[in-house]
Design a protein around this ligand. Structure first.
Ligand SMILES: [Zn+2]
Length: 218
């Protein structure tokens, strides 16, 4: 539990380092191994004030279990993902600029870069418009990502939710999502990006997820 508090607190610095967040609008959570609990950012606390001690622990219904602060206002969405996707060990939410610009148009980022094929195995999909306050956001994330290769979803008119086998992998997906959203946006300014054949996308994805992963753990 204390390890996960430190991991999740430290990973928030990566959101800042990669310019994925402003003010307090972005959060990381990590499932506590072997328990029906997860650690998440406290609501309204700035990134440079986050410590392992002020992280919040919630159960899989999003109820506060441990912590002096209220949990992030996005806790219900994180909890819904953990309840419905047992393979997920980490969830990240950001309003990163370029990815959110695609979300604002309700447009999936097309797979036109080999790095996208590697990491996402295809396009980064759009999830439904959903208001905060009930399970709508969580449902939209799970409906879109279950059975999809992509570890990130652009929630329409909102921003990015990413998932991973652990919290670090979910942060990596959020960083890569913004990176490719930016590059494809720039490519669009001067013309039409060239598509990559589906067979080549499949081959790149398979190599990166399997062969590459075995040689050097990510
Ligand atoms: Zn948000």
């Amino acid at each position: 539990m204390n390890d996960m508090r430190k991991t999740v607190a430290d990973l928030h610095a990566e959101l800042v380092r990669y310019n994925l967040v402003v003010w307090t609008a972005g959060n990381v959570s990590g499932r506590v191994p072997g328990e029906d609990l997860f650690v998440i950012k406290p609501s309204g606390v700035s990134y440079d004030e986050l410590t392992p001690e002020n992280m919040v622990v919630c159960d899989l219904d999003g109820n506060l279990v441990e912590g002096e602060h209220a949990p992030s206002s996005d806790t219900a969405a994180h909890a819904y993902v953990y309840r419905n996707m047992p393979e997920v060990g980490g969830v990240v939410h950001t309003h990163s600029t370029y990815a959110s610009a695609w979300a604002a148009r309700g447009e999936a980022v097309p797979c036109v870069l080999t790095a996208m094929a590697d990491e996402f195995g295809g396009e980064i999909p759009v999830g439904p418009f959903a208001l905060i306050g009930d399970d709508s956001i969580g449902q939209g994330i799970v409906e879109t990502l279950k059975g999809h290769r992509s570890k990130a979803v652009l929630m329409q008119n909102h921003g990015v939710f990413s998932i991973g086998k652990d919290a670090k992998a979910a942060v990596k997906a959020a960083v890569m999502c913004e990176d490719v959203a930016r590059t494809v946006h720039v490519a669009r300014q001067l013309g039409d990006p060239l598509p990559i054949a589906q067979a080549d996308i499949d081959s790149l994805y398979d190599r990166y997820q399997n062969v590459y992963g075995q040689r050097s753990p990510r």
